[in-house]
Design a protein around this ligand. Structure first.
Ligand code: SF4
Ligand code: SF4
Length: 125
């Protein structure tokens, strides 16, 4: 599975909200697969990934919020000590993000400009 860095956070904080029904149904399927098979290997992808492909905000293989999501992606890479094209099990990636981001003030910083920030702050993982 190909996942861009900041989606390592979004997958863990997902509570069923999304941009439209198609996107949300696809996200639910991904979240459910990773919960039941945490050993799934993830390749950390630059640009659009397996979640973006069903998103209404994707245009010509790029996110319409390019600058904002790129900044979040870069911050997740830096804080978690991972690089593009790393292939790591979902459980290891998720654990690292929990320790390095959700349990530190990095979470507030990285997600500050996201429309779902308040919802995610109030969602336990
Ligand atoms: S606040 Fe936004 S970027 Fe951060 S985990 Fe939630 S949905 Fe993802
Ligand atoms: S296209 Fe942009 S808004 Fe849509 S899921 Fe991907 S990064 Fe998020």
């Amino acid at each position: 599975m190909n996942i861009r860095p900041h989606h390592i956070l979004c997958i863990q904080k997902f509570t069923g909200h999304g941009y439209n029904e198609e996107f949300t149904d696809h996200m639910k399927a991904v979240v459910s697969k990773l919960k039941s098979k945490p050993e799934t290997y993830i390749t950390v992808r630059e640009g659009c990934d397996d979640l973006c492909k069903m998103c209404p905000n994707r245009e010509d293989e790029a996110c319409t919020s390019f600058e904002k999501v790129k900044a979040m992606d870069n911050a997740v890479l830096r804080v978690c000590g991972i690089t593009y094209e790393d292939t790591v099990s979902w459980e290891k990636l998720a654990h690292r993000a929990r320790k390095q981001i959700f349990e530190t003030d990095a979470f507030q910083r990285i997600c500050a400009d996201c429309q779902w920030a308040e919802l995610c702050r109030n969602t336990e993982v």
